[in-house]
Design a protein around this ligand. Structure first.
Ligand SMILES: Cc1cc2nc3c(=O)[nH]c(=O)nc-3n(C[C@H](O)[C@H](O)[C@H](O)COP(=O)(O)O)c2cc1C
Length: 167
């Protein structure tokens, strides 16, 4: 069988998730692509429940905080295609993704972006792109809650196929 596009390239899915939605999308992509996963985990995270998470997480984003991450167990430099996902926090990506961007410089990669949100996308894709200059952004996928649905799995797979045709 002749395979083309992103399916033949070595792929890595990098993500942060506080409440599990972005993890669900990341794992769906990784299963579909046979990709490796790299989870961004801060040494100390904000609470995953309760109103305080909005204040603490929002403050981290506004102040451009870079929480210390646990060691990364994959080297992004070894991959051709990189998927990067985050929940939308205060209209941007989560602070752990900011920490990742300041620690690792990605260049000359094909990058597909995804995020989970509740209806307010804000500037997340613009901010992702600003941090990824020197790479080719091959696609963007937003997933509004509820994320963990059969319909959404179909959407995610269809999105991957649009990336494939550009391969
Ligand atoms: C600190 C914080 C800020 C958030 N800011 C936004 C926002 O600006 N717009 C939005 O639509 N949802 C916002 N949300 C909701 C999350 O984006 C949404 O629940 C997402 O599905 C969570 O993904 P996760 O389960 O991977 O953590 C925020 C959630 C948190 C915890």
């Amino acid at each position: 069988m002749i395979m083309k596009g992103v399916y033949t390239m070595k792929s890595l899915v990098i993500y942060y998730s506080l409440e599990g939605n972005t993890r669900f999308v990341a794992e769906t992509i990784a299963n579909e692509m046979g990709a490796d996963l790299l989870v961004l985990k801060p040494k100390e995270d904000i609470p995953s429940k309760g109103f305080m998470r909005y204040l603490k997480g929002g403050k981290q984003v506004v102040l451009k905080k870079k929480p210390e991450l646990l060691p990364l167990d994959k080297d992004p430099a070894a991959y051709d295609v990189i998927y990067i996902g985050s929940p939308v926090w205060a209209g941007s990506f989560a602070a752990s993704v900011n920490a990742f961007f300041s620690a690792i410089s990605l260049k000359n990669k094909r990058i597909a972006l995804f995020c989970c949100h509740r209806g307010g996308l804000g500037s997340i894709f613009k901010n992702f792109s600003k941090n990824l200059e020197g790479n080719e952004i091959i696609g963007e996928l937003e997933c509004k809650e509820p994320v963990k649905t059969e319909e959404n799995i179909k959407r995610i797979k269809a999105w991957i196929d649009t990336l494939n045709t550009r391969g």
